[in-house]
Design a protein around this ligand. Structure first.
Ligand SMILES: C[S@@+](CC[C@H](N)C(=O)[O-])C[C@H]1O[C@@H](n2cnc3c(N)ncnc32)[C@H](O)[C@@H]1O
Length: 318
């Protein structure tokens, strides 16, 4: 099989992987009661701002088994029955009792535009993106990959025609890299964030009035320059980190350039999970549930791990 760009190979691999696999078999996301509570709080706040409209809708893109959305619904007071709750994923959700829409997003959604909240929890990092590497002559080149994971350096990003043959807009890629992820040394690699920027813009167009929210592993420019010089492309299978092969055997992921997404939809507010999830203080003689919630909050707020997960929020005010 011929080598493709990473975004092409990743798209094929993701279709193969998600046609048979469930997220819970491969990793635990940071969804849980405290995250559901915080999202429910945001949902209720947006509902109040809109004056409790009769057509309030909550949509979860990349909803998996619908568990998180069902947890949010359970914590949303009268909205649990008053609102419309819709989960969008490439596979139907057969378990949570939530309205299920099968779609490979971003794509037109018949239910949009809505009044309410569109959320995506650990979905943006699933959006395939291209990989670029700086070669020994200081030229940034597209990385090509075959199904067995053998990577070669493809056309230079200065060669617009050659990049177009691979479906890549070289001018857009150059501009994105220069602004968000400049490559300096031979061997430096970046994942182009343009597809995730467009996914966040797409989410903003789904909402007529209300808010969009995305939570994901990500980075901002200073972190990319200091910590991610070789990119963040990774793969998981059965809870373990494995070699990123685009053969459909593992879940491919790369951190999201959160600052670039935020810039793509002006008015977006970027915060860290540690600032969103509150650690309830422990009483003198805590119950087992209180202890459990306390430690769950510490886990979600840990600055070295889940506390750094990014929360992107944009409020539509039309
Ligand atoms: C990491 S899981 C997250 C599931 C859930 N949101 C959670 O936090 O537990 C990613 C989910 O996104 C779905 N997904 C991946 N690519 C998608 C796409 N292009 N459109 C819709 N769903 C997609 C997968 O099927 C999977 O259920």
């Amino acid at each position: 099989m011929n080598a493709e760009t990473w975004s092409q190979a990743w798209r094929h691999a993701a279709r193969e992987f998600w046609s048979t696999e469930e997220p819970s078999s491969h990793f635990t996301t940071s969804s849980g009661p405290l995250v559901a509570e915080r999202i429910a709080e945001i949902v209720r706040e947006v509902d109040a701002r809109l004056g409790h409209p009769a057509d309030f809708t909550v949509v979860d893109i990349g909803c998996g088994d619908g568990g998180l959305l069902a947890d949010v619904r359970e914590r949303s007071g009268d909205l649990a029955t008053r609102a419309r709750w819709v989960g969008v994923d490439v596979r139907p959700d057969r378990r949570s009792g939530i309205e299920s829409v099968v779609s490979e997003a971003p794509a037109p959604l018949a239910i949009a535009p809505i009044r309410g909240v569109v959320m995506a929890h650990e979905w943006l990092d699933e959006i395939p993106c291209d990989v670029v590497e700086r070669d020994h002559d200081g030229v940034n080149r597209l990385v090509l990959v075959d199904r067995w994971g053998i990577q070669t350096l493809g056309p230079s990003l200065e060669d617009d025609d050659a990049c177009t043959e691979f479906g890549v807009d070289a001018a857009e890629a150059r501009a994105w890299l220069e602004r968000w992820w400049p490559l300096r040394e031979p061997g430096d690699r970046a994942e182009l964030g343009t597809t995730r920027d467009r996914a966040w813009q797409w989410m903003s167009r789904l909402v007529d009035d209300g808010a969009i929210l995305a939570t994901d592993y990500g980075h901002v420019r200073i972190e990319r320059e200091l910590r991610h010089r070789h990119g963040t492309l990774a793969a998981y299978r059965g809870g373990r980190l494995v070699k990123p092969l685009p053969d459909g055997s593992a879940n491919l992921t790369a951190h999201v350039a959160l600052d670039s997404c935020a810039d793509a939809v002006p008015g977006t507010v970027l915060s860290a999970q540690r600032d969103q999830v509150v650690a309830p203080p422990l009483p003198e003689e805590p119950s087992a549930t209180e202890v459990e919630r306390h430690f769950e909050a510490l886990r979600l707020r840990d600055p070295g791990r889940l506390g750094g997960v990014g929360w992107l929020r944009w409020d539509a005010r039309r």
